[in-house]
Design a protein around this ligand. Structure first.
Ligand code: ATP
Ligand code: MG
Length: 650
């Protein structure tokens, strides 16, 4: 993409002052990490503080945090506020899809969590036990997570849209002896039969001994009298206060399976002390939270974004958040904007895929609502193309709100690279995640792990341990070391392709294993996709490489058009010329298909491996990374659909 299109937004003196401040914090964090992190850790509560925060190790991940410090995540997220002047502050505004509403203060959350913890402990749950949660976006999900970590047990939240096979794989892999679910959840006006799916998942052999069921939809479900317990029955009879388990820093708080964009899901295991510090610190740094804010992270709690920025980050900071149960376009395309207006949301954190779909639906929907309460916008999950960035900035933020584009992963526990108003104003460049947070030693390296110069493309790596890092993959130490730590000696390999410009800003260019290699040039998928989306007719695009006898590889592009544009031969030619003039002739796609839909994961990310299978005329079963059988089903459906679309298009 041409540089002039990615210009810095207007800045002023105070803004450059902010960058200097971030730089000096970063230097401090590298020169005296122990002092830097202790300062932040002191803002949280610890039962015991013995010795150093960081212990270096020879084995990946090359260190651990708070080994001899003891704390409790739930205590810090809830109890601390319930015994403070914040006790009557709203922790959550919750709205169900049918329009039912609840308001929960910190004091109320405290008593709900206590009762649930007491119910779990009555069922024999002890520190280190695993509990799987398969629930809709309702307060009881958060209450269950907090109750679990209160006892030192480990939660594994499985996204409520997954099939029984995915659920059962994750239950078995984690060895959970308890499952918490609901009768159902609402999605686009229909009931998702969670209990029924859970029953299928448990089948005949499962480590699960008891199932707690929340009554959400109230429709009829079958309860096994020996195994199933109603949440409300057991919680309402609890009167005892539960003891809070003081756990050491490295005690696992949860297992979370990554979204599986690239294959078999990996169970990332997060710590307690380091993860807690990271959720607290990154939330505060990036969202610059104040007492008056109403924060809304739209992610499902089934993804890491939901763990860190719906649950732990906001609660550890004593913030007020909004949670919404259902679909963004139900009953109409303006549901989200009506929620922003009703609750006076001041910070909105969402994904580029959502922004692009709202953009496609048109400006009239947000135009119907008063969005003046917004002061900060954020994105996560994929690179945001400058077109969508500008739309978000102008149409939703009305040109008043900075957009923080946050790069991070399930494995990193929280945000790593982002503008960070809480640390100092950062000048923005649409499409760049900007700069690393203090404490994050990010770099771009070549094939051999040697840092490349400004403006050169390479692989994103993190050179030193950070508190939020995951500790291992559940039950698969070998995969943990080989996937993340064997590529470059002594570094964490993020598997993303990136570039750092001369201002030190990071540009994420796509997945490292999807980089196109055309006639000796490496092009990140995002570079080409962004260029296509810049054309006024294009709403969305996906690009993959196809092997070519002469050039090594050529680009194949898939394009979804905006409403009002027809898929003609002229437009195809125009798009080729558009790519040629912005990126040069080598980037021009050898084939370009107009489609209505692209195959996406449940978290909304494009499954390029499915597209590649279609293009290479391989059967989907030939893609060796597709090991998770539920994704196989979905991938198969997406495969057939894409194939039909191509055939229709000729
Ligand atoms: P899997 O690892 O199972 O394939 P996944 O990588 O999609 O799944 P996540 O951990 O949810 O699972 O996603 C992290 C990835 O998302 C990053 O590695 C990066 O590719 C992409 N990503 C997240 N945020 C951004 C961002 N702001 N800019 C660019 N890319 C991003
Ligand atoms: Mg990943």
């Amino acid at each position: 993409m041409a540089d002039e299109e990615r210009s810095v937004l207007p800045t002023d003196k105070s803004i450059s002052f902010g960058v200097k401040r971030i730089e000096s914090m970063r230097e401090m964090s590298f020169e005296n990490p122990e002092g830097f992190w202790t300062g932040i850790a002191e803002e949280l509560f610890w039962f015991e503080k013995k010795g150093r925060i960081f212990s270096k190790a020879e084995e990946p991940p090359y260190g651990s945090w708070f080994e001899n410090w003891k704390t409790n995540l739930c205590y810090n997220a809830v109890d601390r506020w319930a015994h403070s002047p914040r006790r009557n502050k709203v922790a959550f505004f919750w709205e169900g899809e049918p329009g039912d509403r609840r308001v929960i203060t910190y004091a109320e959350l405290h008593s709900d969590v206590n009762r649930m913890a007491s119910a779990l402990s009555e069922l024999g749950v002890r520190a280190g036990d695993r509990i799987t949660l398969y629930m809709p976006m309702i307060p009881e999900l958060i209450i269950s997570m907090l109750a679990t970590v209160r006892l030192g047990a480990i939660h594994s939240v499985v996204f409520g849209g997954f099939t029984s096979q995915s659920l059962s794989d994750r239950i078995n892999d984690s060895g959970s002896k308890l499952l918490i679910t609901a009768d159902g959840g609402w999605r686009r006006g229909k009931i998702i039969e969670l209990k029924k799916i859970a029953d299928e998942a448990l089948g005949n052999s499962s480590p699960v001994e008891k199932v707690i069921v929340v009554r959400r939809t109230g429709h009829g479900v079958t309860m096994d009298p020996h195994r199933d317990i109603w949440y409300h029955d057991t919680c309402s009879r609890q009167t005892k206060k539960t003891d809070i388990e003081a756990v050491p820093g490295p005690h696992p708080s949860y297992i979370l399976y990554t979204s599986g964009t690239t294959g078999k899901p990996k169970g990332a295991v997060h710590s307690t002390g380091g993860y807690m510090l990271w959720s607290y610190y990154t939330f505060k740094s990036v969202f610059d939270i104040s007492e008056e804010d109403v924060f809304w992270c739209t992610a499902d709690i089934g993804w890491v974004t939901g763990h860190t920025y719906v649950v732990y980050g906001p609660l550890l900071n004593g913030a007020t958040s909004l949670i919404y149960e259902g679909a963004p376009d139900f009953p109409e395309q303006d549901r989200w904007w009506s929620l922003v207006e009703r609750y006076g949301v001041s910070i909105l954190y969402t994904a580029p895929t959502a922004i692009r779909s709202f953009m496609k639906a048109g400006d009239s929907w947000p135009g119907k609502h008063d969005l003046s309460s917004l002061r900060l916008l954020g994105t996560v999950g994929e690179p945001i193309n400058p077109e969508a960035w500008q739309w978000y900035y102008r149409t939703i933020g009305r040109g008043r709100c900075p957009v923080v584009d946050t790069w991070w992963q399930t494995e990193t526990g929280g945000i790593m690279i982002s503008a960070q108003p809480g640390n100092g104003e950062t000048p923005l460049k649409p499409g760049s995640a900007t700069v690393p947070l203090p404490g994050v030693d990010a770099c771009v390296v070549d094939e051999k792990g040697v840092p490349v110069g400004a403006g050169e493309k390479g692989f994103l790596a993190i050179r030193r341990p950070w508190p939020g890092q995951f500790m291992t993959l559940w039950g698969d130490r070998e995969r943990f070391e080989s996937v993340y730590f064997s590529r470059f000696k002594g570094m964490y390999y993020a598997a993303d392709y990136a570039m750092q410009d001369s201002d030190g800003y990071f540009w994420l260019l796509g997945r490292a294993d999807e980089v196109l290699k055309i006639a000796g040039h490496r092009i990140g998928t995002i570079e080409l996709e962004d260029t296509l989306i810049m054309h006024p007719a294009v709403a969305e695009s996906a690009v993959i490489g196809r092997s070519d006898a002469i050039k090594g590889e050529t680009a194949v592009a898939f394009v979804i058009l905006k409403q009002g544009h027809a898929p003609t031969q002229e437009l195809r030619k125009e798009l080729s010329n558009h790519v040629r003039s912005h990126m040069g002739p080598i980037a021009v796609p050898s084939s370009l298909y107009f489609v209505d839909r692209l195959p996406k994961t449940r978290s909304g990310k494009i499954m390029r491996r499915v597209i590649r299978a279609v293009v290479e005329e391989k059967s989907i079963g030939d893609i060796s990374t597709l090991e998770d059988s539920a994704s196989v089903d979905e991938a198969n459906r997406a495969y057939i659909e894409l194939k039909e679309q191509i055939e229709r298009a000729g």
